[in-house]
Design a binder for this molecule. Sequence first.
Ligand code: NAP
Length: 258
Amino acid sequence: MTDISSVAIVTGASSGIGAATAQRLARDFSALTLVARGGGHLAAVGKCVKAIGAEPLILEKDLSVPEAAKEVVRETLNTFGRLNALVNIAGVVPARDLFDLTDEDWINGAALKFHGARRLALHAWDALKSTRGSIVFISGNAADCPRAAQAAVGTINAAIEALAKAFADRGMTDGVQVNSVSPGAIMTGRRKAILEKAAAHARIPVVEVERRFLERASISRFGTAEEIANLMAFVVSPQAHWLTGTTIRMDGGEVRSL
Ligand SMILES: NC(=O)c1ccc[n+]([C@@H]2O[C@H](COP(=O)([O-])OP(=O)(O)OC[C@H]3O[C@@H](n4cnc5c(N)ncnc54)[C@H](OP(=O)(O)O)[C@@H]3O)[C@@H](O)[C@H]2O)c1
């Protein structure tokens, strides 16, 4: 195996923002642990990572299961011997109305995106302390303007930003840098599927649903997973080492407030 000098864990690496981030980080890190449940897609991303120049470790884990976080960190350290960055991207929160969301929806949404990421940060902490490493959480601009129609997404994203801030507070004494990235509307497979469903429901073309979305959000276009991946790469890079305790929003200007 080639010399492993820098290692990152990327969760949600099988698709969308996580897959793009894994491929972008493969240029900067010598090894990456790629985590998601879907083995097939994860293996394909692993091949791309390898072709770009980083050593991949594929871990098929359900991060909503409490034991998974500990296993991910342990297997990463056993394989590569160190950890420099944890990039928490896995997340699926039910996009349902406040009055339709069940207890189970809330619990499942938080189990992965909030508690899965929280547990990984806890288990990775000592390893990151020893490398003066970095953690990034992903929230989303629904945190800034929670709406009844998507109450769980906004609430869980806001909680993630607060959690990142709390880890950053401890990180200032422990030498671990912690931030969150808050994307706006990014055109991933998941968003495409939601738009297609809305189009079928309203019996209008998908392009018309997209046009209405952009008009309502007052943005010129959807963001790309690669744009968020580039931001993630900057946040965990040595150039950003003094950046900590911050949420960085990238949303094409959608959120108008400060
Ligand atoms: N797209 C946007 O507009 C947008 C905006 C703001 C924030 N975000 C946030 O960005 C993140 C990625 O979104 P995306 O649009 O790229 O979605 P996506 O393509 O659906 O990616 C979600 C990732 O999470 C993984 N995942 C789902 N359940 C999991 C579980 N139980 N354990 C481990 N991994 C699991 C999925 O892989 P498997 O299914 O194979 O497990 C997949 O790799 C999410 O946290 C989302 O809330 C997205």
